[in-house]
Design a protein around this ligand. Structure first.
Ligand code: GN1
Ligand code: MG
Length: 363
């Protein structure tokens, strides 16, 4: 019997008795609940997917270290740490999470009066999202990456993702390859893209930083009243990485008004204006001192993170959709198609998009 969120909430050191615990958000991996107590305090309770995150101690330790670092930065600059940083709520036993055998649960203070978006709602709000991730990167620029464990090894190792895709395609365990011929061909024809970033990391042309690695637009919280950046959430994959990963994954998920699973590809349009606004926000906060190589890698990262994510959706589809939550059997294939459509459009706009990142860097 799975545990009920209402019962699990009672195991945490909340202010008041939990009165409601209702499903919340749209994550593809963990299960999230909104909790309110008898003293009108609000929390986020999450069941973490232990099949995907195998080292829960390491993962929560990463989050505690990173949030402590950010909290101090926010306090030093006169901000409000409870609104501008995630705050972990301990269990009644003083632990950072509760281990219920098959499930791990953790709890955060809820950030009130904030908005989150599933897709960019306006260019201005997307610029604020760029600022939020730029601020995050900047806050962690002096954080010692050696203190962090890799919560998912090879997370943005695109050549490795390609190998996994090829294994799934060749095994074709669910006999689904015949339903995704065009998409499989697209991946194979673009295999050369995969190593563009990892080669430059290995050669030392791009620096390793501490990055978020899951900068989907719905992982940003903006102030409801002002639209200004508050905090970034979903810190499970904070690990050493490239700035191009963080910039790129936001562009993948936010530089279009279409949903990630829009079935009508005619509606999937890459918006140069949104790319421009995000670049302005991000670069102004953290990238003005980047080398030219690193600035140009932001474009490469946009293409690659979108290609990689599409390839991951396709791999999961071929393997029977065991990784990402799906609402219908072809859901991952539909998601993969939107990603590849965006890749095609971004590849056709290389010069224009590179000129945009250079413009804000040179400012
Ligand atoms: C997952 O959990 P969520 O929805 O924030 C995934 C990301 C993908 C994203 C695609 C740990 O993020 O890497 O880009 O779905 N997270 C993990 O929507 O695999
Ligand atoms: Mg998320």
């Amino acid at each position: 019997m799975p545990f009920r969120a209402e019962d699990v909430a009672k195991l945490f050191a909340l202010d008041g008795e939990p009165m409601i615990a209702v499903p919340f958000g749209n994550g593809h991996i963990n299960d999230t609940f909104f909790v309110e107590t008898s003293r009108a305090r609000k929390y986020i309770l999450q069941r973490v997917n232990g099949t995907i995150f195998k080292d829960m101690y390491g993962l929560m330790n990463n989050i505690i270290l990173v949030t402590a670092h950010i909290r101090q930065k926010v306090a030093e600059s006169g901000g409000d740490p409870l609104r501008e940083c995630l705050t972990v709520v301990e269990s009644k036993n003083g632990e950072a999470f509760v281990n219920l055998g098959s499930d791990f649960w953790r709890c955060y203070v809820y950030i009130d009066n904030a908005i989150t978006m599933q897709t960019a709602e306006t260019p201005e709000l997307f610029r604020a999202a760029g600022k939020a991730f730029g601020i995050f990167q900047n806050q962690l620029s002096d954080f010692d990456a050696a203190k962090l464990v890799d919560t998912i090894p090879n997370f943005h190792n695109t050549p490795n993702r390609y190998k996994n895709f090829m294994k799934a395609y060749e095994a074709d365990a669910c006999d689904l390859a015949k339903t995704a011929r065009e998409e499989i061909l697209f991946v194979r024809e673009h295999a050369d893209l995969c190593s563009l970033l990892t080669d430059k990391l290995e050669s030392g042309e791009l620096p390793l930083r501490v990055t978020h690695n899951d900068t989907k637009i719905n992982n940003v919280m903006l102030d409801r009243a002002t639209g200004n950046p508050l905090a970034v959430v979903d810190l499970d994959t904070v690990m050493p990485g490239l700035s191009a990963y963080d910039f790129g994954d936001s562009i993948r998920s936010g530089a279009t008004y279409a949903a990630e699973d829009e079935p009508d590809l005619a509606k999937v349009k890459f918006e140069t204006d949104l790319f421009d606004k995000y670049a302005e926000g991000f670069i102004s906060e953290c990238a003005s001192a980047f080398s030219k190589e690193e600035i140009l890698s932001l474009y490469t990262g946009s293409v690659l993170m979108t290609f990689e994510c599409g390839m991951r959706f396709l791999t999961d589809y071929l393997e029977g959709s065991k990784y990402f939550k799906v609402h219908y059997p072809e859901h991952n294939l539909v998601r993969c198609r939107t990603q590849f459509e965006l890749v095609k459009q971004m590849l056709g706009k290389k010069d224009e998009l590179e000129a945009i990142v250079l413009k804000y860097w040179q400012k």
